[in-house]
Design a protein around this ligand. Structure first.
Ligand SMILES: [Zn+2]
Length: 353
């Protein structure tokens, strides 16, 4: 339950790449191989390809952007292996659209939310690979992907960003990696589960490969060990201070007029992360004014007003204050309920004559 909560609501990849039936022609005797890895880390499930180059043919142009991103991510990961595009006749791996009869439709089979599927590790071109339903069979290593923009089992459109991660996951299987269940990894059965994304403004990076994934590939192919812990990216900077803030107290009135301009913030892009609730949403969401006659108020103290506000807007508000020397602070809040630094204004409201 908790694991579901902390992961972005990416569709799950249950069973993807596991136990792909490779029929009897597979000379290596099966895809399950003993992997030596630290406890709770990457799982090696297949055999490495020889020669550090894996030629792939993308026979599914609709998902070309996702495939290209995944290839780029792995080719720049530091592992000493490269995916290289090749014509069908020379390809080790074929990428194809997952057909509707791909899945096991028998009662009780729970794979309606499968977005990708792959063979694991080196598979000879003569070997037959078979889909879970048994209806789809082909020769040689394969990745099957659903179409970007198609609707998943919950009716939500599958974004490019999601399919970039799915493709990275499936290419990980092709390298020989199995499912990792313990640490943050794109090789988690449910994309990057366990990454501990605890704040809504912290998300997975566009390149979803985690150090654990890369260590697994380095164990198979050699290369540079990644440094550091899990890779998370800030989706949106915290809101900056209001711009050009001023306060004026007209003579003979207790009303103080505040003016400022809201920062522009950003509009959260689609695809790089949670594609459901945040995409297209502006980060600048609200302002608040705090005020005190006894020194400057601490954040969120002595609240005078707080209202929704638009990014980039020229703001003007009139506040009725008693006479005295006021310290007013204006802050901008964002869609994640973070508050930026204050613009501090001092204004003296004269006592009525
Ligand atoms: Zn998988």
């Amino acid at each position: 339950m908790e694991r579901r909560q902390e992961s972005w609501p990416l569709r799950r990849l249950r069973r993807a790449g596991v136990a792909l039936a490779v029929l009897a022609t597979l000379a290596t005797g099966g895809v399950l191989a003993a992997g030596i890895a630290p406890a709770g880390a990457y799982v090696i499930q297949g055999h490495a390809w020889p020669g550090h180059v894996i030629r792939y043919h993308n026979a599914f142009p609709a998902d070309a952007a996702a495939v290209a991103a995944a290839v780029h991510d792995w080719n720049t990961s530091g592992a000493d292996v490269r995916f290289v595009s090749a014509p069908t006749s020379q390809a080790d791996v074929t990428i194809a659209e997952m057909p509707s009869n791909f899945l096991d439709q028998t009662a009780g089979a729970d794979n309606s939310d499968l977005l990708g599927y792959a063979s694991v590790g080196m598979v000879p071109r003569s070997a037959v690979v078979v889909s879970p339903s048994g209806n789809v069979r082909d020769h040689g290593a394969h990745i099957w992907l659903v179409r970007i923009g198609s609707r998943d089992a919950s009716g939500v459109k599958v974004s490019l960003g999601t399919m970039q991660r799915v493709a990275a996951h499936e290419f990980g299987h092709v390298l020989g990696l199995g499912h990792e269940h313990h640490v943050c990894a794109v090789m988690q059965p449910a994309l990057n589960e366990g990454c501990g994304v605890g704040h809504p403004w912290i998300g997975l990076c566009t390149d979803p490969l985690q150090p654990d994934d890369i260590r697994g590939a380095v164990a198979l192919y050699g290369g540079r060990e990644p440094r550091g812990g899990k890779r998370l990216c800030t989706l949106s900077p915290p809101p900056p201070a209001p711009q050009s803030a001023s306060a004026a107290a007209p003579a003979g009135s207790y009303n103080v007029t505040l003016r400022w301009r809201n920062p522009s913030g950003i509009t959260l892009p689609a695809g790089a992360f949670d594609p459901y609730s945040l995409a297209g949403r502006p980060t600048i969401a609200a302002y608040e004014v705090d005020g005190s006659r006894h020194g400057c108020p601490a954040p969120q103290h002595d609240l005078i007003e707080r209202w929704p506000a638009r990014a980039g807007a020229a703001m003007k508000t009139s506040i009725g204050l008693g006479p005295g020397s006021w310290c007013l602070r204006v802050r901008i809040g964002d869609a994640f309920n973070r508050w930026g630094p204050a613009a501090t204004l001092h204004v003296t409201v004269p006592a009525a004559p």
